[in-house]
Design a protein around this ligand. Structure first.
Ligand code: DGT
Ligand code: CA
Ligand code: CA
Ligand code: ZN
Length: 562
C-alpha cells in the first residue's frame, strides 16, 4: 500500500513533538512542524516524487526531503526511531490525550516522572499535579476527563483508523509472508483489534514489529501483542504448513468457527487452528491454505466478509453462495458534496476526480438551505449550480448528475419545495437534526420522505456515527417495506464514520428487493476512496451487483430515478 501524504505528515509531526518533549533545538522542531503542515496540504502524493521534486517544495529542505523518502520506503525514518527509542514508549501515548501537547508531556515527565497514561491518572487522582507551576485543580480534572474519552475512543476503531494501523504494520512485514485476519479481514464496520497471521520466524519479525510499535505489550515466539498508533495489534506465528488453519481460525468470526467445528465433529474430525485431527487415529492433517480446508470439508470457499454464521455455511454446502458486488462493478458515486455547500471541490474538480477514478458519473448532492450551519442551497442557487454543471458536463467524460441532499425536517416535510426538487435528477433526503425523536415520530418522519414523489433515496438512514452517536430509533423494517412499495433506494453511506445502513439492514433491504445506493458523502478529494468501505459493507450484506444502484450506467440510473 502506498504511503499517503497524511501518513508522511503524521510522522514528521511526531518527530517535531518528540524533539519538543526532549527539549531539542527550536529551529529544528519548527522545521519538522512546518514540513508536516506543508505535506498535509499538498495535493500531489509525495510517494511518487524524486528528491529534486521534494526539495523544490517550499518549506522542505534537503534534510527533510531525505526523511520523507525514508518514510515513503519504510513508513518511518531512522532519526525518528532513534529519538523514539530514547524516550519511554508509553510517554508517546500521552500525546494522544485531548489537550495534551509536547510541552505538557515534557513538564509532567521531567518534574513528576509521569511516563504513561496510567501514571498521569494516578497523579491526577492523588492531586499531585497541582504542585506543578501552571497546573491547577482544574487541569487535574481536565486530564481525567481526557483519559476517560481516550479509553472510550480506543475501544473500537473505524475502518479508516484500522487501515492506518494495518498500513504501519504492513510497512515492516515481508509481502507474501502474512495475512490480516479477524474482524478487519472480514470488513466489519468497526474493528476491536487488528489480528495478523505470519509465517516468518518470530525473532526476526518481533524485531521488525518493534520499530512501528508505540508499546510492545508482550513479545513471544507463538504470539506477540503490541500497540501501533495507540491501537492493539495481535500477531500469531504459524508454521507455513499450517498457515491455512491458523488464518481460518483467526479470521473468525467466533460464531462461524464454532459452526464449522460442529460440521467437522459430525464427520469424526477435530478442527482447530493447527489443522483437522482424525478423532480415531489422532492423525493431524495440515493445510497451508484456507481453500484446501473448505474443499476438505465439502464446502464452497466462503469469502471472509460472509463468515458470520448468517446462513453462509448452509449455502456453501450446496455451492449456492451469493454472487457479491466488487469494486469493478461500480460506475459512479451517488453522494458527493461540492464547494457550493460544505465540500472543498468545485464542480470542475469533482468532474476531474470522477474522471481520475474512471467513473461514468458522480451525483453532486449538496445540502439544502435549511441546514443553518452549512452553506446550503436555496432554489435560486440551485439554478445557478445547474448552469455550472451543464458547462462542466460539456467537456467532462465523467458526467455530473445534478442532485441534492435535502433535509428531512422534524415534521417529515422536506427542506425545499417540490417545485425546486422537480428540476433535479437525483434527490437524496436525509435526517440531520432531532436524532433523539422516539420510534414512532422518527419512523413517521422518514416514511413521509420515502413517500415523497421526488425523493429517490434516503441518505444515512439511521444517522449513526460509529463510536460517537447511536443509531436513531427508526423502525428500519417498516422503512424497507415502504421503500420497496415506492421504489425508493436506501443509502449505504460509505463514510467510515457512518456505514449506514449497516450490513444486516442492507441484507434485509435487498431481500425485499430494495436497491442500495452507495455514496461516499465526500467533502474532499481524499474521501472518494471510501467507496471501498461501502462495497465491503454491502458484500457483508450479501448484495450482488444487481442490488446496487450505482452499478447502472448513467442513462439507466437517470431512467430509474425518473
Ligand atoms: P474484534 O477484534 O472485536 O473486532 O473481533 P474479532 O472477530 O477480530 O475477534 P478477536 O480479535 O477477539 O479474535 C480474532 C478471531 O479469533 C475471531 O474472529 C475468531 C477467533 N476466536 C477468538 N476467540 C475465539 C473463541 O473463543 N472460540 C473460537 N472458536 N474462535 C475464537
Ligand atoms: Ca480482532
Ligand atoms: Ca485479537
Ligand atoms: Zn448527510
Amino acid at each position: 500500500m502506498e504511503v499517503t501524504n497524511q501518513q508522511v505528515a503524521a510522522q514528521l509531526n511526531l518527530m517535531g513533538q518528540l524533539l519538543e518533549i526532549k527539549g531539542d533545538n527550536t529551529f529544528k522542531i519548527r522545521a519538522f512542524y512546518r514540513a508536516s503542515d506543508t505535506i498535509a496540504r499538498l495535493a500531489t502524493p509525495v510517494a511518487g516524487m524524486d528528491p529534486e521534486g521534494l526539495d523544490a517544495i517550499p518549506g522542505i529542505g534537503k534534510n527533510i526531503a531525505g526523511k520523507i523518502q525514508e518514510i515513503v520506503r519504510k513508513g518511518t525514518f531512522d532519526e525518528l526511531e532513534e529519538v523514539r527509542g530514547g524516550l519511554p514508549g508509553s510517554l508517546i501515548e500521552l500525546l494522544d490525550l485531548e489537550g495534551v501537547g509536547p510541552k505538557t508531556v515534557a513538564a509532567l515527565w521531567k518534574h513528576l516522572n509521569i511516563r504513561s497514561i496510567g501514571d498521569l491518572e494516578q497523579a491526577a487522582r492523588g492531586h499531585r499535579i497541582r504542585a506543578l507551576r501552571g497546573f491547577g485543580a482544574k487541569k487535574e480534572e481536565a486530564f481525567l476527563r481526557s483519559i476517560a474519552v481516550y479509553r472510550a475512543r480506543s475501544g473500537r476503531m473505524t475502518l479508516l483508523e484500522a487501515d492506518a494501523v494495518a498500513a504501519r504494520v504492513q510497512s515492516v512485514l515481508t509481502p507474501g509472508t502474512f495475512m490480516f485476519a479477524g474482524s478487519y479481514r472480514r470488513g466489519k464496520s468497526s474493528v476491536g483489534d487488528i489480528d495478523v497471521v505470519s509465517k516468518e520466524p518470530p525473532d526476526h519479525l518481533n524485531r521488525a514489529l518493534k520499530t512501528v510499535a508505540t508499546e510492545v505489550i508482550d513479545a513471544g515466539d507463538r504470539k506477540t501483542s503490541l500497540r501501533v498508533l495507540g491501537k492493539r495489534v495481535d500477531v500469531r506465528f504459524s508454521h507455513p504448513a499450517q498457515f491455512g488453519s491458523m488464518l481460518l481460525y483467526l479470521t473468525g468470526s467466533k460464531a462461524f468457527n464454532i459452526r464449522l467445528r460442529e460440521r467437522a465433529i459430525a464427520r469424526g474430525w477435530k478442527l482447530n487452528e493447527y489443522g483437522i485431527e482424525d478423532r480415531l487415529t489422532s492423525v493431524l492433517r495440515e493445510f497451508s491454505t484456507e481453500e484446501e480446508i473448505f474443499s476438505f470439508l465439502g464446502l464452497e470457499y466462503i469469502v471472509p466478509e460472509l463468515r458470520e454464521d448468517w446462513g453462509e455455511i448452509e449455502r456453501a454446502e450446496t455451492h449456492n453462495l451469493p454472487d457479491l458486488v466488487t469494486a469493478g462493478d461500480i460506475s459512479g458515486d451517488l453522494h458527493v458534496h461540492s464547494s457550493w455547500s460544505d465540500g472543498r471541490l468545485s464542480i470542475a474538480e469533482l468532474a476531474q476526480a470522477g474522471e481520475d477514478l474512471g467513473y461514468a458519473y458522480l451525483v453532486c448532492s449538496d445540502h439544502s438551505a435549511t441546514l443553518g450551519i452549512t452553506h446550503g442551497l436555496d432554489e435560486e442557487r440551485l439554478k445557478q449550480q445547474a448552469h455550472e454543471i451543464e458547462q462542466v458536463n460539456r467537456t467532462s467524460s465523467c458526467r455530473i448528475i445534478h442532485g441534492i441532499e435535502v433535509d428531512i425536517l422534524a415534521d417529515g416535510t422536506l427542506g425545499l419545495p417540490s417545485r425546486a426538487l422537480a428540476d433535479l435528477d437525483f434527490v437524496i433526503a436525509s435526517v440531520h437534526s432531532g436524532f433523539g425523536q422516539d420510534r414512532d415520530v422518527m419512523t413517521r418522519r422518514v416514511l413521509a420522505a420515502v413517500d415523497h414523489e421526488q425523493v429517490n433515496c434516503i441518505g444515512h438512514p439511521t444517522g449513526r456515527i460509529i463510536g460517537q452517536r447511536e443509531p436513531s430509533a427508526l423502525d428500519i423494517p417498516r422503512v424497507i417495506d415502504r421503500a420497496n412499495e415506492t421504489g425508493t433506494a436506501l443509502e449505504c453511506n460509505a463514510s467510515p464514520y457512518r456505514l449506514d445502513l449497516d450490513d444486516l439492514f442492507i441484507r434485509k433491504a435487498v431481500e425485499k428487493g430494495v436497491r442500495i445506493a452507495i455514496g461516499t458523502d465526500s467533502h474532499d478529494r481524499s474521501e472518494f476512496t471510501h467507496m471501498r468501505y461501502g462495497i465491503t459493507t454491502c458484500r457483508r450484506g450479501w448484495t450482488g451487483p444487481g442490488d446496487i444502484l450505482n452499478t447502472l450506467d448513467a442513462d439507466a440510473l437517470l431512467e430509474w430515478a425518473a
